[in-house]
Design a protein around this ligand. Sequence first.
Ligand SMILES: Nc1ncnc2c1ncn2[C@@H]1O[C@H](COP(=O)(O)OP(=O)(O)OP(=O)(O)O)[C@@H](O)[C@H]1O
Ligand SMILES: [Mg+2]
Length: 272
Amino acid sequence: MIKVENVSFKYKNSNKTILDNLNFEVKDGEIIAIVGQNGSGKSTIGKLISGIIKLKHGNITIDGLKIKDKKVQDKIGIVFQNPENQIIFNNIYDELSFSLKGLEKAEIESRIENSLKQVGMLEYKNNDLYSLSLGQKQRIMIAEVLAKKPKYIILDEPTTMIDSQGKEIIYKIIENLKNEGYTIICITNLADEILIADRTLILKNGKIAHEIENEDLINKSYLLKESGIKEPILLEILDKLKENEIILDIKNFTVDELIYKLKGKLKDEKCN
Ligand SMILES: Nc1ncnc2c1ncn2[C@@H]1O[C@H](COP(=O)(O)OP(=O)(O)OP(=O)(O)O)[C@@H](O)[C@H]1O
Ligand SMILES: [Mg+2]
């Protein structure tokens, strides 16, 4: 479990309070979406939890250990928005093995193989990174984190720069990782990315203004709108249907489920 308790934060060179007595928890096996307007402090939270920037006020514990603890750093991996800024080597093997230094060669090989499999990129093992699309590069960045065998993964706007086909592939990877038991924090600006989470935290004025369980999204999507965050298209469609007295009991928020439920509704109406 990740516990963020009474965390306040200001950058050294600025007087602006970014996080103001922030509190939240992430349970093991959950996918949490953190949303908020530009500059609301989402990336700052990711950097604090992953230890990239130093915590000064409050507490962050991971499985009961303070984030300063060396053991904690191995439990967490973070992937940023732009894979281009994270790549060090041209060769995929070199890139993935870089952070595995010190491990035995066979262990490195097996970790690289497994993590490339997890992101569907095993066939590219011997390719140059620069020959890949942005979406494929991002999948390699996810593999790099997975190769370190973390328990918690922070994705900071993982698909913002990626085309829609690439986005779908990454959403599927995130879903698979959840099924494999990883705990994921997905920081996002994209409405549709919220739908892959179990719970959405809305960050406002340095605090969690609202916390919405995914299954309540349909009734609470106004909280997203109120906070200046775009509603997922699927929820917009469901809202419009509701306005027209077509109420669908949707649980997973997938287009397939929407079509399935709509078809059922049409059938019922024909029968009546
Ligand atoms: N190194 C830094 N020094 C000073 N101020 C910073 C630094 N990094 C970020 N900030 C400021 O802190 C605030 C929060 O930034 P942060 O990157 O956490 O927001 P965000 O919610 O991730 O925004 P975005 O949606 O644009 O990614 C912003 O006002 C930003 O300008
Ligand atoms: Mg950010």
